[in-house]
Design a protein. Structure first.
Length: 328
């Protein structure tokens, strides 16, 4: 078991030295670090569960793509504040499939973003509120292994149905008439042709298909977990642009004593197929949780380790888990 804990610690450290990847278009299919603090390889007891992540991020652009001189260097001209609310319904009916516990889930995130960028004529900004792509998880399979190990596999589908605030949709393939040239940040094509403001779309204009694998060691209050995501993206229906495949991972190491949980989590993301430029990101930070009885909460903060050709920075997540009982 000590060897397994060491492997998890080394995996967390690897998020600090992530390998080169390639540029993404708008949102990542997997919200970075949103799985930290969970038992990645296990399902809860049979029943219906409501899980809500209240996710706050204050990001800046990093790397040459955003106008910074060197890899990992912050660019002063791109700033994003985002609040992402992720409500999830998880159902574990108590049946077995291929010897594994079976579950199914659905999530409908929505997000509020304030994007500010520097252009040759000064700063422009805009605020957007809308729904992210609906995420369906048609199967989750979790096997209990010897020595308190658990392994889980799932398949996530993010549909092309994201919507921004009515009237504020971005003319994402139309340059603004008054914008002189292309800005260093690459955001020139997101200027709205009607009001001259710049908006971050509320989701992606393409489908994503994400197989996942999670592993956990759950023993005597310890939760040592790692979950891995690989997203295949279709071509954007509005821009005819193909965003590269993406790898992401969330890591958790916590200890629970009584009702209190403390620990550390980490995340990483890398694009692994050719796109415009190298993109990678890694974060790490503390986890604090408390079980109030039927409901439980977790507080997670991650500080940036390394970001290149991506918006990045510190983020905070407050998670609420509410068991709703057995529907049948």
């Amino acid at each position: 078991m000590k060897k397994f804990l060491l492997v998890i610690c080394l995996a967390m450290a690897s998020a600090m030295v992530v390998t080169p990847a390639f540029a993404t278009e708008m949102w990542d299919p997997h919200l970075r670090g949103v799985g930290e603090g969970l038992a990645a390889g296990a399902l809860p007891p049979p029943g219906l569960y409501f899980i809500n992540d209240f996710y706050f991020a204050n990001y800046h652009g990093f790397g040459p793509y955003f106008g910074a001189a060197n890899d990992g260097q912050q660019a002063s001209g791109v700033k994003v504040f985002a609040y992402v609310d992720v409500p999830v319904l998880l159902w574990t009916p108590g049946c077995k499939l291929l010897g594994a516990d079976y579950g199914v889930a659905v999530a409908q995130p929505f997000d509020y973003t304030h994007l500010k960028i520097q252009t040759p004529t000064g700063f422009v900004s805009g605020t957007q509120l809308g729904t992210f792509n609906t995420i369906l998880v048609p199967y989750i399979l979790s096997w209990k292994l010897p020595d308190d190990f658990h392994i889980k596999t799932a398949f996530e589908v993010a549909s092309d149905d994201a919507m921004s605030t009515p009237g504020d949709r971005v003319a994402s393939i139309t340059k603004h008439n008054n914008f002189a040239g292309s800005d260093a940040t690459g955001f020139s094509d997101r200027l709205n042709k009607d009001d001259g403001k710049v908006y971050a779309e509320s989701g992606n204009g393409f489908w994503s298909f994400t197989p996942t694998v999670g592993i956990s060691w759950l023993h005597a209050g310890w939760n040592a977990s790692a979950e891995f995501f690989y997203s295949f993206n279709t071509k954007n229906s509005a821009t005819n642009y193909q965003s590269g495949d993406e790898f992401a991972a969330d890591y958790t190491l916590t200890y629970t004593s009584g009702k209190l949980t403390v620990g550390v989590g980490a995340s990483q993301e890398n694009q692994v197929s050719r796109d415009k430029c190298d993109v990678n990101d890694g974060t790490m930070g503390p986890i604090l949780g408390y079980n109030f009885g039927p409901c439980s909460v977790q507080f997670i903060y991650n500080f940036p380790i390394y970001t290149n050709n991506e918006v990045g920075g510190g983020w905070f997540n407050f998670r609420l888990v509410v068991p709703l009982g057995k529907p049948f």
